[in-house]
Write a protein of this length. Structure first.
Length: 132
């Protein structure tokens, strides 16, 4: 692997959703992984960064890591949090969901979860696996 196995994007404004998506796409392709995986991960990164800015206190961090045959993407924010963070992935199916973005994260990843951070806000993660 020629590229670093970790990239970070600090989210401080609305345009950082685009930065997160393009940074993640470039990293996944740079690691020699599948183009469709790169597109899915970039879409999830952009959605999570947008949520950080619009719903998570306007500031947070999106991190992508590669470990062997797994890709991890996480976003941490400083917003008010949620009593039931997993409802983020309802995809607008219920009045308790947070719109279609969370549903897209669920559909585009192999596994996703959202947990409340002890210091406030949420940590949302997505994961992809392949090969071995």
């Amino acid at each position: 692997m020629a590229s670093s196995a970790r990239v970070e994007v600090l989210v401080t404004n609305e345009a950082d959703a685009h930065v997160a998506g393009s940074t993640v796409r470039a990293a996944v392709l740079g690691w020699g992984l599948d183009r469709m995986l790169a597109v899915r991960a970039a879409t999830v990164a952009a959605e999570l960064a947008s949520n950080v800015f619009h719903h998570g206190g306007g500031r947070g961090l999106v991190v992508l890591r590669r470990e062997s045959f797994r890709l991890f993407l996480s976003a941490e924010d400083h917003g008010p949090g949620m009593t039931d963070p997993m409802r983020l992935f309802d995809g607008g199916k219920s009045s308790r969901g947070l719109g279609i973005g969370g549903g897209a994260v669920r559909r585009l990843s192999d596994h996703c979860e959202a947990v409340a951070r002890s210091e406030g806000g949420l940590r949302v993660s997505a994961e992809w696996r392949w090969g071995a």
